[in-house]
Design a protein around this ligand. Sequence first.
Ligand code: 2HA
Ligand code: ZN
Length: 285
Amino acid sequence: MINESEINILIINNSVKSAPFVKEMIAATYNMWRLGWDERNGGNISYLLNEEEVTPYLDVKHPVRTSILDFPVPELANKYFIVTGSGKYFKNVKDNPEDCLGIIRVDTTGHKIDILWGFADGGKPTSELPSHFMSHIARLKVDQNHRIIMHNHATNILAMTFTHDLNEKSFTKTLWQMCTECIVVFPDGVGILPWMVPGTDEIGQRTAEKMADHRLVIWPFHGIFGAGTTMDETFGLIETAEKAAQIYTIISSHQGGIKQVITDKELEDLAKAFGVTPIEGVLTI
Ligand code: 2HA
Ligand code: ZN
C-alpha cells in the first residue's frame, strides 16, 4: 500500500513531466545530442523560470533536498531554474527526465539551493553551475527578459579555435563573413576566453564578464556558451554561429582557396537594413 504523501509525490512527478519547460529542455538536449554537439555528458542548460510557471506543477514549499553553494549568488535569491544534471547524458534526458534534470530554487540568502524536483537518483546540478549562475547575473543586468544559458561542444566552433586566431574581433568578423544572417543574429559578436579549467568559479567569473557584452562566449578547444530570452532563440544563436564555423572549416580546406567574401561595406548595409548595431571595432569602412 502506498500512503497519501507517496501518492501526492507520484501525481507531482507525473505532472512535472508535462510542464512546457520540461518539454523544451527535453527537445533542446535531444536536438543538441543529435547534432553531435553533446557527446557523452558534454553540455548543460539552465533555464530561469517564474514562480507562477512552477507552482501549477510543484509544491514549492517542500523541497526534496537542499545543497550548499560554494559560490554564493545573492543576486539570484529566490529564483527558480530547471537545469541539466552533472554527469548526465543529453541523449538520455527524453527517456529519463527526472534523473537528468532538476528544478531548483536559490534560497533567500543565495548560499543554498533547494532541489524541488528531479535529480531523482541523488544527482546534482551541472558541474558548470558557477558559469551558468554568474552568466545569468551578468545577462539579467543588461536584459530583463534574459532566461537561458546554454553550453555545448559545437563541433565546428571547437574546430575553429584550432585553426583561427583567438582574437575576438577577427573571429567575430570571420563568422559574420561566412553567412549573410550572422551579423543580424549576433551583432554583439563573440567573446573568447583563454583556455581554462572548466567547472571552476574562475571560468564562471570570466565567462560572465564576457556575457556583459556578448551573448556568445567561446571556450577554446572546449565549446561555446550562449545566452538568450527563449530556448529557441538561444539554440538558434549557437546554431547560426556553428553553421558559420562549419562554412569556415569547409572553405579553409578547399584547395582552390577563398575567391571572394562579403565586404565590410556589405556587412554594414546588412546591419542597417535589419536595424542592428554591430559591435565596435570589427568592421573597417
Ligand atoms: O561535462 O560540458 O564543460 C559537461 C561539460 C563540462
Ligand atoms: Zn563542456
